[in-house]
Write a protein that binds this ligand. Structure first.
Ligand SMILES: *Cc1c(COP(=O)(O)O)cnc(C)c1O
Length: 402
C-alpha cells in the first residue's frame, strides 16, 4: 500500500484506531535488515523488532522468497485439508525439538489457550477431571484472551474484565517454596516462561527449573513452557528450554515464528495427541500456508549452529557494553536477560518511557518491560558493527538524562 510521506500518521491513527497503545509521533515508511526508515529519511536501528517478531530483521530475502513461492499456490486453505507448508514446518520443528505433534494457531495467546485446553482435556479424558489447577508465576505474561489472561500473573492486566476462568494460581517468580506449596495431585499444569520478558526480563533460576521438573515427576502434572518470546533462537539456543533445563510436555511458540506473519504453534507429546479427537479444538486461520511457508524459512535459518553461535557472540558484546554503561550511569541498577532478550533495570525515579524516547531521538528503537526495565530485542541477524552502533546511540541517549 502506498504511504504518503506528507501525512502525519499519529494524527490519522488517533482518529480511527482504538486508543489502547501510547504511540510516538513517527512515520515509518520502510524497513530493511536491522533498520527502519521514516518519512523524512531518518534511519532507526530497530531493537524492538516488532516485539521479537522480526527475528531475521526486516524483509529478509529468504522470508520474502518463501512467501512469494507460496503465493503462486494459494493464500489460505483452512484446517479442513492437509496443508503442505504446515506439514513441512511441523516436521522441521518436531525434529529440532524432539516433540511429537504440532497444533498451529495465529498468535501467542492462542498457543497458550491451546496448551491449557489440551492439558485439561487430557486429564478429563483419562479419568482425572479434578485435575484443573493451572499454576503460573507472578509478573508472567501469557496473553490477552481470557484463559491466557487468567494465567498471566499481572493483576493490572486483568482489572475490570470481570470473572476470569477458574483454577488459576500465581506464585512469586523463582519462589521454590511457594511453588512446592501449591502444586499437588489436583494440578493440571505448571505454566511458565523460559525467561519472563514482559514482566521485567527476568531469568529463571536453576533451582526453580529443578523444582518444576521434580514436581512434574512427583505429581504427574504437565509443564507448559511459554516460549512465545524466548524461543526460536532468542536465547542463543533453538528453544529456551535448552538454556533453562526445564522438562516440558508442551511448548508454545509464536512472535518470531512466522517471519512477521501471524503464526503460533503448540508442540506436544504423543500421549496428549493420543487422546485427542477431531473437533476438540480448532481454528480457521491457524497454520495459514503463507505464514507457515515463511516460518519454514525462519526455522531453517535460526536453527543453524553457526547462527546460534553468532547470537551468543552478539549477546556477549551487548553484555560487555552494558557493563560499561552500568559503570558510567548510576541510574542503571541492573543488567538482565539472556541471549538477545536483554534488559537494563533503571532507577524508578527515571521512567523508562522517557529513555526509550531519548533513544528514538538518537535513531535507536528500544522497548520497555515491567519494573522500569529497558528491553532490547534486536534481530538475531544483527552484526557486531550494529551492536556497537546501538551501544553508542544508547550511550548518547542515556547521557541526556539530567
Ligand atoms: C507476546 C507474548 C504472548 C502473547 O502473544 P500474542 O501473539 O500477543 O497473543 C504470550 N506469551 C509471551 C511470553 C509473550 O511474550
Amino acid at each position: 500500500m502506498a504511504q504518503s510521506s506528507a501525512e502525519n500518521f499519529l494524527a490519522s491513527d488517533k482518529k480511527v484506531i482504538a486508543p489502547l497503545y501510547g504511540k510516538p509521533d513517527v512515520n515509518f515508511v520502510s524497513g530493511e535488515g536491522s533498520y527502519l526508515t521514516d518519512a523524512s529519511g531518518k534511519k532507526y536501528l530497530d531493537f524492538v523488532d516488532g516485539i521479537a517478531v522480526n527475528t531475521l530483521g526486516h524483509r529478509h530475502p529468504a522470508v520474502i522468497a518463501a512467501i512469494e513461492e507460496q503465493l503462486k499456490h494459494f493464500i489460505h486453505l483452512s484446517n479442513l485439508y492437509p496443508n503442505y507448508p504446515q506439514i513441512r514446518l511441523a516436521e522441521q520443528l518436531l525434529e529440532l525439538t524432539k516433540f511429537d505433534k504440532a497444533f498451529f494457531c495465529n498468535s501467542g495467546t492462542e498457543a497458550n489457550e491451546g496448551a491449557i485446553k489440551l492439558a485439561r482435556k487430557y486429564f478429563n479424558r483419562t479419568g482425572h477431571p479434578e485435575r484443573l489447577q493451572i499454576v503460573t508465576f507472578e509478573m508472567s505474561f501469557h496473553g490477552r484472551t481470557f484463559g491466557a489472561l487468567a494465567a498471566t500473573g499481572q493483576p493490572s492486566l486483568r482489572e475490570g474484565f470481570g470473572p476470569m476462568p477458574g483454577e488459576f494460581v500465581h506464585v512469586p517468580w523463582n519462589d521454590v517454596a511457594a511453588l512446592k506449596k501449591v502444586v499437588n495431585d489436583k494440578t493440571c499444569a505448571i505454566m511458565l516462561e523460559s525467561l519472563a520478558a514482559e514482566g521485567g526480563v527476568m531469568t529463571l533460576s536453576p533451582e526453580i527449573a529443578k523444582t518444576v521438573n521434580t514436581l512434574r515427576k512427583e505429581t504427574g502434572c504437565f509443564v507448559i513452557v511459554d516460549e512465545v518470546q524466548a524461543g526460536l533462537g532468542r536465547l542463543g539456543t533453538f528453544l529456551g528450554l535448552s538454556r533453562t533445563g526445564l522438562d516440558a510436555d508442551f511448548v508454545t511458540l509464536a512472535k518470531g515464528i512466522g517471519g512477521g506473519l501471524p503464526l503460533g504453534v503448540v508442540l506436544m507429546r504423543q500421549k496428549v495427541a493420543d487422546i485427542l479427537k477431531p473437533g476438540d479444538h480448532g481454528t480457521t486461520f491457524g497454520g495459514n500456508p503463507v505464514a507457515c511457508a515463511a516460518g519454514l524459512a525462519v526455522v531453517k535459518i535460526v536453527s543453524g549452529p553457526a547462527f546460534l553461535k553468532a547470537v551468543q557472540e552478539r549477546s556477549a558484546e551487548f553484555l560487555e557494553g552494558f557493563k560499561k554503561l552500568e559503570a558510567k550511569y548510576k541510574f542503571i541498577t541492573g543488567i538482565r536477560g539472556d541471549g538477545l532478550l536483554l534488559g537494563l533495570a533503571i532507577d524508578k525515579k527515571i521512567p523508562v518511557g522517557s529513555l526509550a524516547a531519548a533513544a528514538r531521538a538518537e535513531g535507536l528503537l528500544v522497548h520497555t518491560a515491567g519494573g522500569n526495565v529497558l528491553r532490547f530485542l534486536p534481530p538475531l541477524t544483527i552484526s557486531a558493527a550494529e551492536v556497537r552502533e546501538g551501544l553508542e546511540k544508547l550511550d548518547k541517549a542515556l547521557s541526556t538524562v539530567k
